[in-house]
Design a protein around this ligand. Structure first.
Ligand SMILES: *[C@@H]1O[C@H](CO)[C@@H](O)[C@H](O)[C@H]1NC(C)=O
Ligand SMILES: *[C@@H]1O[C@H](CO)[C@@H](O)[C@H](O)[C@H]1NC(C)=O
Ligand SMILES: *[C@@H]1O[C@H](CO)[C@@H](O)[C@H](O)[C@H]1NC(C)=O
Length: 256
């Protein structure tokens, strides 16, 4: 090969390499996006330190309590699944700095103490899915809501548990969930959820049943089902974050 062609070839490779490097995504940092800003170490590892610092700087006043949203529901009830996926999760994604979410899977179930089991409105599969969700809440902590959202969004709630766990909490072993479900812990978590649900005042008349800072109101329930986002913004007692007021906040975002 003469030197002209070898330099063309060389140049080609240089350009090719450059494009390759540019179009390749950054190597995965081993955490899902929901956790990138959890600690400084994770932010550095994922290369999003600057974005997380910006996000942290716009956090609301920590002395004002967040709006506490508690949802009493059952895993296979269509109205519960649509509330979780269409209202609660999108609202929480936008407002997680001013709200906390507590999920109580149990709903209209009944406890059968003599038989050491439960009776669920949507049958045995629902009892199983409720217990999976109770165990996920207990075992995975802050990752639980994205996992349960993922399950509620899928066509097969129970069989989605494993892929949803791997997607949102890759460091949690599936065995930990399974042993909670098959061991005694799952049962006692469901019992606790039953106690919580039965002690509601007023008694729940349907599910999902939503309380705000521990209080139920028909008016709030109606609003929660259609415009939860606005309701949480309204109930928050601190200075409203820009996302509530529609104020434009210019941040240095990164684009790909
Ligand atoms: C954001 O703030 C929280 C709480 O103040 C802190 O624990 C976390 O390390 C901060 N994250 C980054 C990336 O600075
Ligand atoms: C998990 O359940 C156990 C037993 O009820 C309880 O002691 C523990 O605090 C729970 N953990 C979480 C994160 O809810
Ligand atoms: C955004 O980037 C510009 C230019 O790099 C810089 O001057 C400005 O301080 C940055 N703003 C924030 C909030 O980091």
């Amino acid at each position: 090969m003469n030197s002209f062609w070898s330099s063309v070839l060389f140049l080609f490779f240089v350009i090719y390499e450059k494009c390759e490097a540019k179009s390749h995504p950054k190597p995965s940092c081993g955490y899902p996006p929901s956790q990138w800003c959890r600690t400084l170490e994770i932010a550095v590892e994922c290369g999003v330190q600057k974005q997380c610092m910006e996000l942290n700087a716009t956090r609301p006043d920590p002395s004002v309590p967040p709006v506490e949203v508690t949802v009493y529901y059952e895993s296979l009830c269509p109205g519960c699944r649509s509330f979780l996926t269409e209202q609660l999760f999108p609202t929480w994604t936008m407002l997680k700095d001013i709200m906390t979410v507590h999920l109580v899977p149990y709903g209209n179930a009944e406890e059968l103490p003599e038989q050491n089991s439960f009776l669920c409105q949507h049958g045995e599969p629902e009892c199983k899915a409720n217990m999976f969700e109770a165990c996920i809440l207990n075992v995975t902590g802050h990752a639980a809501f994205p996992i349960i959202y993922c399950m509620a969004s899928s066509s097969d709630v129970i069989n989605a548990a494993l892929p949803c766990l791997q997607l949102n909490a890759p460091s949690v072993e599936w065995e930990a969930i399974k042993s909670c479900v098959t061991g005694g812990l799952g049962h006692s978590l469901m019992h606790e959820n039953g106690v919580k649900t039965r002690s509601l005042k007023p008694t729940h008349r349907h599910v999902p049943w939503v309380t705000f800072n521990g209080v139920y109101a028909d008016d709030w329930e109606d609003k929660a089902m259609s415009t939860l986002f606005n309701l949480v913004c309204k109930l928050y007692e601190g200075i409203k974050p820009p996302v509530c007021t529609g104020a434009l906040k210019k941040l240095n975002r990164s684009f790909c």
